[in-house]
Design a protein around this ligand. Sequence first.
Ligand SMILES: Nc1ncnc2c1ncn2[C@@H]1O[C@H](COP(=O)(O)OP(=O)(O)OP(=O)(O)O)[C@@H](O)[C@H]1O
Length: 653
Amino acid sequence: MDFGALAERAERVAANDGDIETTLAVADLLADAGPAAGAEGDGPDGTATDDLPVVVRFLLGRVFPAHDTRTLDVGPALCREAVARAAGPNVSADDVEDRLAERGEIGAVAAAYDFGGQRGLAAFGSGRDALTVADLDAELRDLAAQSGDGSESRKRDALFGLFTRCSPIEAAFLARLVLGEMRLGVGEGTVRDAVAEAFLAPKTPSGDADGPGVADDAADDADVEDLELAAPGDAVAAVERALQVTNDYGRVAVRARDEGIAGLREESLRVGRPVQAMLAQAGTATDAVDAFGEVAVETKFDGARVQIHYAPAGDAPAGDAPDRGARAGDAPGDTEGEAGAELGPRLYSRNMDDVTEALPEIVEYVAERVDVPVILDGEVVAVDDDGDPLPFQEVLRRFRRKHDVERMREAVSLRLHAFDCLHADGDDLLDEPLRDRHDRLREVLPDAAADLALADDADAIAAEERASLDAGHEGVMLKNPDAAYTPGDRGRDWLKRKPDVETLDAVVVGAEWGEGRRAELFGTFLLAVREGDASAAQDDGNDAGDRSAADHDADDLAPAGYATVGKVATGITDEALADLTERLEPHVVDETGTRVAFDPELVVEVGYEEIQTSPTYSAGYALRFPRFVGVREDKGVADADSLARVRRLAGDD
Ligand SMILES: Nc1ncnc2c1ncn2[C@@H]1O[C@H](COP(=O)(O)OP(=O)(O)OP(=O)(O)O)[C@@H](O)[C@H]1O
């Protein structure tokens, strides 16, 4: 598929405004993305390449599947510089930035420049060197592989080269893609439904050539309200399930197209390919007893979530192939590995970032004790010399560290508490009840997990909670012992119970430069929460997903989809200020006097005394006496707290 064709179809998708219309338009696009039967093309053996997996990922603003830890690592500044160079000698990165402030969005800015090279060639009748979707994917993967000295300038050159090959509509798509800001209004839920619709819906009697259930150019249909999705519920559920275990929309789309529901059901977990973590809702002991009868009561450890993947040498059964071999430092990719391959312990954060290198003692601990292939879920906690837990901020000093790992290993000791087992010795356990998964966990790593404690009355749970708090932990987790493990789900089968000293995980959307000796550093940080819930933020690129300068209210600075709740300046050490400044500066999208606005990128945890209603901030609430607790390295902006939670904490809901 030509990249131009994809970019143009994507614009048409974005022009839809109904959910069903959008889903149908995406389904239509997916049905056209694969190779036509028997088509010849530029694939390795002369067959046409299969663009479907790439198209699916691109629509979601990704080059790599979610489980793949590779990233493009192209920031807004680098993108602006590449656009400026492609636009010609008279255009500087500052000019691009000015236009960005006017237009509010990098795609529109990139499309507005005349990347003369290719038009010049076209004018001479030679036609431009058309980019295909496969070319672009390959180029971006090469770009992602750049590392070390000079990699930034090589990335800039590569991106510049790509822009010079782009028409305006392609340039807009490319700029948004590299920054992960597609703005198509196509979220993960839409793609899931579209995959089911394109490949698993019953064939329509009309013999619609575009694929089952897909309306021809849905956007043009006058009777949009009559549109319906034709894929049955079990088809959507099969896609959802395959997505949960693979974390790869491209792979699932291909499987659905080629092998239908039966093929999707064969997808299974793979050691070396992280899945999303199961999450919890807040709840009380009484809620738990009422809902589950018997309740599994676990300590709520105050650390950082880790998912552990390990296939010891000589023990990985066939069919349980890690995605790649076990060479240290080798990030598992999205290619199939050999069956039975060995994989050294790999550790992933809650956001599926590979944190293996930062936590060598956990790697050693697992390698010394586990002797069958496993996927385990747990929490890494910082401990003092007596083994007592230290606050969560301590573990974050270790968590993503790339430098000084050995020095920090001396300074902050870590301990692993495992609490779940998703896979053991060739068996996928997601559908097994927690009590059975926990038995397997105790078999494979008894040292890191206590026996499952069961209770059926609120008093017994309260006693466990007191014991947990007395031991310096955060509270208790109350789990349904009969529930399956549902990746990515924040359901009612896991409840978290901690004392009412709540903190808020807020997104930093603005700052003010400091004064005096701190004039080079940001001093005060403007905090915001998400306006919608997580799925809305993902699904609605035109609303909560927008991240542009023009959307920043002049007084409030909150980007669309976010509501401000206060400013924090206390509790930040000089070291933390310097770190925050360095990390946030590349994300400045607007600057007025001493005030700056950021793209929403960084989540910080803040404590406060209370939440009051207030006209000062766009949330309608303000944090009283906010204090900085730390950066939530383990959270992305989609995981930040929502306005609904602020309302609840304020007692208004
Ligand atoms: N025994 C346990 N079982 C499950 N999760 C645990 C346990 N002990 C600690 N945790 C941590 O608690 C988190 C569950 O709370 P939640 O799903 O709300 O995540 P969160 O938003 O990070 O919450 P919080 O900010 O309260 O830690 C898990 O992600 C995990 O990191």
